[in-house]
Write a protein that binds this ligand. Structure first.
Ligand code: FAD
Length: 321
């Protein structure tokens, strides 16, 4: 049976996150010919409605309020629950981002629904939709099918391909007015740590360094390679603990989960907690001087060698292309 699916579009730093478009693609599959309603929450989000439609949303609802300028779970849940009450969707999809991870359990509990988090693949459609998600730090995958109630899923960025953007698609845009009250927290200002370049969670190429990089300066060639490939720099917890780089770069079970097209791991041993954050990458290249390093078990291409020789060679080769 076809379904109505509500998909949250996530606006961050003046643009829609790619995972919003991937969530629409997921929504279309679950909808099985039904309707995918995009939802935008913020203080000024009307500019992004057409982009959600261009990526496949049938229509878009906005909830705008000054208190929604900066994310709070209280404010966003009031806005989203008001739209859910009005629209009565049969399924809801968020990105499995920091916001999605924080907000989805709260909304699920208010709706008394289940929650299928961190979905990496969707099989089937409509009532036969099956959600695939990694468990045990990525050592196994489970398949989940919802028999009753609202289907509520968060999808891992970079796993479900979005539709090709088509600006000629049209759809209705409407707004819902919600009186955002009784907020326990209002975020007045967000002061971000300055980060250079591409967002690690959504990067198509990640060049990650581990303890083998040996120092903060040791990360410089990795940054150069990442810049050259239009990617982002990541790190193992070993490198973060050793203060070679900031914890915001940590990838793994207790860091970020990434699924780039290309993951280059330099001087990383491949502990299970690190693999949990990157083993779903499409192509993995490992550079390690120990031929027995665990990282080679998940690598598509392995280079046994000193990263301080191999990475500069890669830089030269890519520069020459
Ligand atoms: P090491 O294990 O020390 O490996 C360094 C590697 O560099 C070695 O394989 C070595 O051969 C190689 N090397 C050295 N010099 C060179 C060179 N010149 N050229 C090439 N190769 C070289 N870890 C994470 O990464 N992310 C997490 O989210 C995470 N969460 C954790 C959660 C828990 C609860 C626990 C207990 C641990 C967690 N860890 C996590 C830590 C994890 O277990 C490992 O300790 C960590 O990943 C090791 O980092 P590393 O591979 O950089 O260092």
């Amino acid at each position: 049976m076809s379904k109505k699916v509500l998909v949250l579009g996530e606006v961050r730093e003046g643009s829609l996150r790619n995972v919003s478009f991937e969530a629409i693609a997921a929504g279309l599959q679950i909808a099985d010919g039904g309707e995918v309603v995009g939802l935008l929450v913020g203080d000024a989000v009307a500019d992004f409605t057409q982009e959600l439609i261009a990526y496949g949303a049938s229509r878009v609802i906005t909830v705008e309020h000054p208190h929604l300028k900066n994310y709070t779970s209280d404010g966003y849940s009031q806005a989203i629950l008001a739209v859910v009450e009005q629209e009565n969707p049969e399924a809801i999809v968020f990105g499995h981002t920091s916001l999605g991870k924080d907000l989805s359990p709260k909304i699920a509990s208010r709706l008394q629904s289940g929650l299928i988090s961190d979905v990496t693949e969707i099989q089937g459609a409509g009532d036969d939709t099956v959600f695939v998600r990694p468990i045990y730090s990525g050592k196994a995958f489970e398949k989940v099918k919802i028999k009753d109630g609202i289907i509520f899923a968060t999808i891992r960025p970079n796993n479900i391909p979005p539709l090709v953007k088509d600006d000629s698609r049209t759809g209705e845009v409407s707004s819902v007015s919600v009186d955002i009250t009784n907020l326990r927290t209002i975020i007045k200002e967000v002061v971000r740590k300055s980060t250079e370049g591409v967002d690690l969670s959504e990067a198509k190429v990640v060049v990650a360094g581990g303890r083998g990089v040996k120092s903060g300066e040791g990360f410089e060639p990795l940054k150069e390679l990442a810049n050259l490939l239009g990617g982002a720099v990541g790190a193992s917890r070993g490198a973060c603990d050793a203060e070679y780089c900031d914890y915001s770069l940590q990838i793994g079970q207790t860091g970020k989960v990434v699924t780039p097209d290309l993951y280059i791991a330099a001087g990383i041993s491949g502990a299970i907690q690190h693999l949990a954050g990157m083993s779903n990458s499409k192509v993995i290249v490992a550079i390690n001087k120990d031929p027995e390093a665990n990282i080679f078990k998940v690598a598509d291409y392995g280079i046994v060698g000193d990263l301080f020789e191999v990475v500069p060679m890669l830089i030269e080769e890519f520069k020459a292309l």
